[in-house]
Write a protein that binds this ligand. Structure first.
Ligand code: GTR
Length: 409
């Protein structure tokens, strides 16, 4: 009786490997019309393009147009964050379209040692002030999901939630290893609710329009767009070198789509991203397409609804989303207790995407055998499954940092 509808769905989902339907995956290196793809040019010019277009129009949804204006402003800066270890910057980014604007805020920490540092860029779930105990980080004024444990009521964040998510962001580890962090509260791009009157979508409406068209962007695509526009600032900052886009869960889905659509991201890290992220839809293990479209009707384009309980008719599967990131470094991670996200489906995707990395002479995941728990495989495509729940832990960051280190030169 006290189950939320999502909780109920989670309790009723299939977690039995023997009940995974038999399926044939669409081959990443065979075009929709049946032609084999044998080299980088055919991949880039034909196959990659058609896969990207499919995901754009039929899964996440197209961004309808270009912005009219883009701007950013340094709001605050310090040379003395984390006990003098880091520089801090807080940047306002403003997007303008049809005389309407939206502003979102990026918090950046950079290690003081290097004049130019690689950074991880990732959204947070409850506001920039939740990722650190630093009292100088501004509290978001945007709509935030209520959370009793964090003292968030009336959808407003306050001091009570400062630092409540520090465990998900190993900031000192990043700094000590020469990496920076850039983070943004995702609700400032598009509040995570089934309401298209607000957020970045609303800037693009024509007179009388109240929601995106059938094959236009849902929230995941909007969040990816926000990351991409954050990249405009990051590439202009002389203190920043490469940017690895990171995300957990729904934001891990957004990070994958951002990496697929914007080649300026040097690498992608997607933590426990599950259905609509790294997990193969055809496995129907844990969360399914029908389920995600029911619980979160605003995440995908409306055109994706036709694949509810109909995965086998999808001309693509999620391994092809991963392949769009090739040849750039890609790290997918699962958690043992996170069955809802289908760890095996997340792993198999990395394996089936790897043939595209092979076209570039890069090493992906070479065996279909899932690695043991807490035994990462780290090639240009990397994967680990760790003990524990759906979350981001120090273990994850230790591995992301170690792996990213080999690609920062
Ligand atoms: C769940 C959802 C997942 C995942 C997760 C999260 O409720 O079913 O797809 O996105 O939320 O973002 O934490």
């Amino acid at each position: 009786l006290f189950f939320t509808s999502l909780g109920l769905a989670q309790s009723q989902a299939n977690y039995d490997e023997s009940k995974v339907p038999k399926f044939t995956l669409p081959d990443v290196l065979t075009s929709f019309s049946g032609n084999p793809i044998t080299n980088q040019t055919e991949w880039e010019e034909n196959r990659r393009r058609e896969i990207l277009q499919f995901f754009e129009k039929q899964v996440y949804g197209k961004v309808p147009d270009r912005l009219d204006e883009y701007g950013f402003k340094l709001l605050e800066e310090s040379n003395d964050a984390y006990g003098g270890k880091a520089r801090r910057k807080q940047i306002a980014i403003t997007l303008k379209k049809n005389k309407k604007t939206i502003t979102y805020y990026m918090l950046i920490y950079l290690p003081k040692g290097n004049p130019t540092a690689p950074v991880f860029l990732g959204y947070n779930f409850y506001g920039n002030h939740t990722v650190t105990a630093d009292p100088n980080v501004a509290i978001t004024k945007a709509w935030v999901k209520n959370n009793e444990a964090f003292g968030i009521t009336d959808n407003k964040a306050s001091e009570s939630s400062r630092g409540i998510r520090t465990h998900r962001w190993a900031i000192e580890k990043m700094l000590d290893n020469g990496f920076g962090l850039a983070t943004i509260y995702y609700g400032e791009i598009d509040p995570d609710k089934n309401d298209f009157s607000d957020g970045v979508h609303s800037l693009f409406y024509r007179d009388g329009q109240t929601k995106p068209k059938t094959n236009e962007w849902g929230s995941i695509s909007a969040w990816a767009f926000g990351l991409s526009k954050a990249m405009n600032y990051l590439e202009s900052d002389v203190n920043i070198s490469k940017v690895f886009v990171f995300g957990h869960s729904r934001l891990g889905k957004a990070a994958l789509w951002a990496g697929a659509t914007d080649k300026r991201f040097a690498g992608v890290i997607s933590n426990n991203s599950g259905c609509g992220g790294a997990a193969l839809s055809r496995r129907q293990f844990g969360e399914t397409v029908a389920q995600i479209n029911t619980s979160f009707p605003h995440w995908f384009a409306d055109s994706f609804l036709k694949y509810d309980n109909n995965e086998r008719t999808l001309p693509v599967d999620q391994h092809q989303l991963l392949a769009l990131i090739a040849p750039r470094p890609l790290y997918i991670a699962s958690a043992e207790e996170d069955k809802w996200a289908d760890p095996k489906g997340e792993f198999l995707s990395t394996y089936y995407a790897s043939s595209v990395y092979g076209l570039y002479g890069r090493k992906g995941i070479t065996s279909k055998e899932m690695p043991k728990t807490n035994a990462p495989i780290q090639n240009t495509v990397a994967y680990h499954i760790r003990t524990g729940i759906h979350d981001v832990m120090d273990y994850d960051w230790e591995n992301y940092i170690k792996w990213a280190n080999t690609f920062v030169k």
